[in-house]
Design a protein around this ligand. Structure first.
Ligand code: NAD
Ligand code: TYD
Length: 348
């Protein structure tokens, strides 16, 4: 069956679709939009896991391309070959601790990669370009304050990760202002959910607790994050693509602030494990104290709202890790990096 048969068929290019948020986005969008085709470009870094996309191996509307977004020529030709309407840039180096250790991959992917995709969007006059950014570009709020990040909060990134994401946001802004590229930026708070790489707080604590290993809590554990389920974030990204106004920024968050220690206690309680597993370790250098998002603009203008309560979302996330021992084992023993099915080899 030829793909372009109905008038509302469209093809978008997304990047980073083998990662945590990207894979959730691809799976959700293809199941809820029967006329959508997704060209999924992913470099398969340590964070990319094709096992996340196993359910799509027979799906013709999913085209996986193993490549770096910095390859501007390839991105250009993919957009031409598949008649791509617009782009959503989800790919990134995403972990603060890694950026403290070595910031250069963050510049390559987050800044140079964004510039590459923006250049293609400009040259091919694509209909929309969505940059999936983060609330971390706003810096840190004081603990116990009433302050929240709005879209007008000045950018004040504190980590090399957030500095690279803020730089990318500035290029997005400049390409809209100078070249009239129809860009939209989303800035979301901390995500959690199935298939998150266990270097981030929630999956690391779940996997360690499941194995009765120590749970390393940085500093005094009182730093606060604003947690949102990945599915709610994915819905917001799509609404930003469909209805976001060019040149605008939309904050995404679930009004769900908790200290790290509270999160760790909740995970231990849900798993029936002892709090003796908690180990306070040396604090992260430059550790941001608190993030909190005002998402009223996205609610008002994109008609978005979060649907998953934290209580339900955390319970189901823990259950997902318990019910997928193979996924966890392959991550822990590194086997996930060998996964390259015939289906995907064909697309390479
Ligand atoms: P992730 O680390 O799980 O996945 C990143 C994906 O990008 C991986 O599949 C990786 O292989 C791919 N990738 C990395 N470099 C690439 C390159 N040069 N070219 C092509 N692909 C490349 O990250 P995530 O948690 O899914 O985050 C996705 C996006 O959402 C990032 O832009 C991040 O800044 C943003 N974000 C994340 C959160 C969060 O809590 N995880 C919150 C707000 C915003
Ligand atoms: P993380 O999941 O790395 O996200 P981010 O730094 O982007 O917010 O960390 C979330 C919070 O959890 C952050 O305050 C650091 C803290 N943390 C720990 O206490 N121990 C850990 O092992 C990790 C990975 C994070």
């Amino acid at each position: 069956m030829a793909f372009m048969s109905a008038s509302d068929n469209k093809t978008i290019l997304i990047s980073g679709g083998a990662g945590f948020i990207g894979s959730a986005f691809v799976m959700h969008m293809l199941s809820s939009h029967p006329n959508l085709r997704i060209i999924n470009v992913d470099a398969l870094t340590y964070a990319g896991n094709l096992e996340n996309l196993q359910s799509l191996e027979q799906e013709d509307r999913h085209v996986f391309v193993h490549a770096k977004i910095q390859d501007t020529e390839l991105m250009h030709s993919l957009c031409e070959q598949y008649d791509v309407e617009g782009m959503i840039n989800i790919a990134a180096e995403s972990h603060v601790d890694r950026s403290i250790h070595d910031a250069s991959p963050f510049i390559d992917t987050n800044v140079q990669g964004t510039l590459s995709l923006l250049t293609v969007a400009r040259n091919l006059k694509l209909k929309k370009y969505v940059q999936v950014s983060t609330d971390e570009v706003y810096g840190s709020l004081e603990l116990n304050s009433q302050g929240v990040f709005t879209e007008e909060t000045p950018l004040a990134p504190n980590s090399p990760y957030s500095a690279s994401k803020a730089s990318a946001d500035m290029f997005v802004r400049a390409f809209h202002h100078t070249h009239d590229v129809p860009t939209v930026i989303t800035r979301c708070s901390n995500n959690y959910g199935p298939r998150q790489f266990p270097e981030k707080l929630i999956p690391l604590m779940i996997l360690n607790a499941m194995e009765s290993k120590p749970l390393p809590v940085y500093g005094d554990g009182m730093n606060v994050r604003d947690w949102i389920h990945v599915q709610d974030h994915c819905n917001a990204i799509w609404l930003a693509y469909e209805h976001g106004k060019p040149g605008e920024v939309y904050n995404i968050g679930s009004d769900n602030e908790w200290s790290n220690l509270h999160i760790v206690h909740s995970i231990l309680a849900l798993l029936g494990k002892s709090t003796d597993l908690i180990h306070f370790v040396q604090d992260r250098p430059g550790h941001d104290k608190r993030y909190a998002i005002d998402a009223s603009k996205a609610k008002r203008e994109l008609h978005w709202k979060p649907n998953i309560s934290f209580e339900q979302g955390l319970r189901e996330t823990i259950q997902w890790y318990q019910e997928h021992p193979e996924w966890c084992e392959h991550i822990l023993n590194g086997q996930y990096r060998d996964y390259y099915s015939k289906q995907y080899q064909r697309e390479r």
